[in-house]
Design a protein around this ligand. Structure first.
Ligand code: IPM
Ligand code: MG
Length: 348
């Protein structure tokens, strides 16, 4: 059976890391005798330039038809005009919503080799291993927006059903891990957060009584993530808090270039590094490809190719442990994106 992957390289370093993923998938196909076919489609700023739309219909159709989607990164200063009517980010949000990928999983692992790459003290980082489960297709990202002459609004809305289905995903993950769940909200201020807290409490009590559930306010969670990150196991949160907390979490790992993510819905899977398009280093061939390659591993796992996924992860870990580090992880290094990718393939 042919496995069809829609690859959306996007902008900035997106095409560079997408190429790494394509090379690794080719090597996986060869090694494991799989028929993996990757086709590229437009999204983001480059799509605006070519078609006027950040998410052309052709891309949507191809993503829906494919078995899985890989996305590099989108956006950049070229399309940053605050008054522009179309923005690259709209393409990504529309894609998430069209594919219905409401559940965004962002695992954080701290590699022993990279303890010194993080600005935090090594003793704080010991044993840190948690996952952020971010609701991805609701909340303030998708509410109605208005702009008047001297005001603006962004509506934040959540339904019980939206909160329940993401809670279920987090609970399933917690069950496979340590049965510990931290739900993050701002229930002292926001009505949507009070609904969130009620629904999560009720859902866990009724369906997963074996899970130890705690609630944290997002501001205090942001602080604890730096003070005592080893406290966390599975963090469940809404769209915008998850966006912010996952960037913060990447600092613990030493670089944004390490964090992978999966976005899953009823029948679609979208896989992307959590980092952005890094316009400051785009085109130089020095971007860290590991987050993208690890996202591809999550993709393989989701496609039920567990051995393939494990092999790719193990290859990335070996490359890291053997000191194949791009400049974001070792500022004296001249390891290129290609070098790192080839190292992964070699370990594979
Ligand atoms: C992310 C990104 C996106 C988000 C942007 C590019 C729209 O920051 O995936 O974390 O805010 O969701
Ligand atoms: Mg983000």
């Amino acid at each position: 059976m042919t496995i069809q992957i829609a690859c959306l390289p996007g902008d900035g370093i997106g095409p560079e890391v997408a190429e790494s993923v394509e090379t690794v998938l080719e090597a996986v196909a060869k090694k494991f005798n799989q028929d993996i076919k990757v086709e590229r489609y437009l999204i983001g700023g480059c799509a605006i330039d070519e078609t006027g739309s950040p998410l052309p219909q052709e891309t949507i159709d191809a993503c829906k038809k494919a078995n899985a989607v890989f996305l590099g990164a989108i956006g950049g200063p070229r399309w940053d005009d605050p008054n522009a009517s179309v923005r690259p980010e709209q393409g990504l949000l529309k894609l998430r919503s069209e594919l219905g990928v409401f559940s965004n999983i962002r695992p954080l692992t701290v590699f022993p080799k990279l303890l010194s790459a993080s600005p935090l003290k090594e003793e704080v980082l010991k044993g840190v291993d948690f996952v952020v489960v971010r609701e991805l297709t609701g909340g303030i990202y998708f509410g109605e927006k208005t702009r008047g002459k001297d005001f603006a609004t962004d509506e934040c809305r959540y339904s019980v059903q939206e909160v329940e289905r993401i809670t279920k995903v987090a609970c399933e993950l917690a069950i496979q891990r340590n049965k510990k769940l931290t739900s993050v909200d701002k229930a002292n201020v926001l009505e949507t957060s009070r609904l969130w807290r009620d629904v999560v409490s009720g859902y866990v009590a009724e369906n997963y009584p074996e899970i130890e559930l705690e609630h944290q306010l997002v501001d205090s969670c942001a602080m604890k993530m730096i003070q005592n990150p080893a406290h966390f196991d599975v963090i469940l949160t809404e769209n915008m808090f998850g966006d912010i907390l996952s960037d913060e979490a990447s600092v613990l790992a030493g670089s944004m270039g390490l964090l992978a993510s999966s976005s899953i819905g009823e029948d679609c899977g979208l896989f992307e590094p959590i980092h952005g398009s890094a316009p400051d280093i785009a085109g130089q061939g020095i971007a860290n490809p590991y987050a993208s390659i690890l996202s591809a591993a999550m993709m393989l796992r989701w496609l039920s190719l567990e051995n393939e996924a494990k092999a790719v992860e193990a290859a990335v870990y070996s490359a890291i442990e053997n000191g194949v580090l791009t400049r974001d992880l070792d500022k004296n290094s001249d390891t290129s994106t290609k070098d790192a990718t080839l190292a992964v393939i070699e370990y594979l």
